[in-house]
Design a protein around this ligand. Structure first.
Ligand code: SF4
Ligand code: SF4
Length: 123
């Protein structure tokens, strides 16, 4: 039986100076969820970088990260890449990259490259 990935909710993957990008559909979904207009979401919570729109960062993490509880304020509508991380093919590019990502994610500590390959292969 395969091991399951269990997120330790450390919040590390919400940290950094950039976030995942949002498409128009996701912008609508998040603004509806927050009960604000698209323009309010874009001006207050997003940043346009070249050809992409990202969520803003604040204190070194995504603006929607709730620091005390280490939770996501838009959890029900968060972007798909947030939802599936780290179970994404990109972490399997090579074993070296996998080890680097593994070192930043407590949930991956007990898991091997082959185990993650199996989980992602099954998705
Ligand atoms: S870094 Fe890993 S364990 Fe921490 S919140 Fe992100 S997915 Fe969960
Ligand atoms: S949307 Fe939520 S899960 Fe995604 S980076 Fe921001 S706080 Fe983290």
């Amino acid at each position: 039986m395969n091991k399951d990935f269990i997120c330790k909710q450390c919040g590390f993957c919400c940290e950094g100076e950039s976030t995942v990008s949002l498409n128009q559909e996701k912008i609508d979904e998040i603004s509806n969820f927050m009960g604000i207009s698209r323009d309010e979401l874009l001006s207050g919570f997003c940043v346009v970088k070249k050809n992409r729109i990202e969520m803003k960062t604040q204190n070194g993490h995504c603006i929607f990260f709730e620091e005390k509880q280490k939770t996501c304020k838009i959890h029900p509508v968060k972007p798909v890449n947030c939802r599936i991380w780290p179970l994404h093919k990109s972490i399997l590019k090579d074993k070296e990259s996998f080890e680097i990502i593994k070192n930043t994610c407590p949930g991956l500590q007990e898991m091997s490259y082959d185990e993650i390959c199996k989980i992602i292969g099954e998705k």
